[in-house]
Write a protein that binds this ligand. Structure first.
Ligand code: FES
Length: 63
């Protein structure tokens, strides 16, 4: 599903970038340009960042 229509960024691309270390909007914008034009996708992108971060195991909690 497209999250950012302006740059053709999908939810899978955002999820993958967060899993690889892009933990905030600025990092995602540097990689994917998401939210850099009209900005309508920023809120959904922030929600996806938070949801994906919640699914990444915190090694301090596991140990
Ligand atoms: S929809 Fe993402 S910048 Fe316009």
């Amino acid at each position: 599903m497209y999250v950012c229509v302006c740059y053709g960024v999908t939810d899978k691309q955002i999820k993958q970038a967060v899993e690889q270390g892009a933990m905030d909007l600025k990092s995602l914008q540097a990689q994917l340009n998401v939210g850099k034009q009209c900005g309508k996708c920023v809120r959904d992108t922030l929600e996806m960042i938070a949801a994906t971060k919640d699914m990444i195991p915190n090694y301090y909690e596991v140990a």
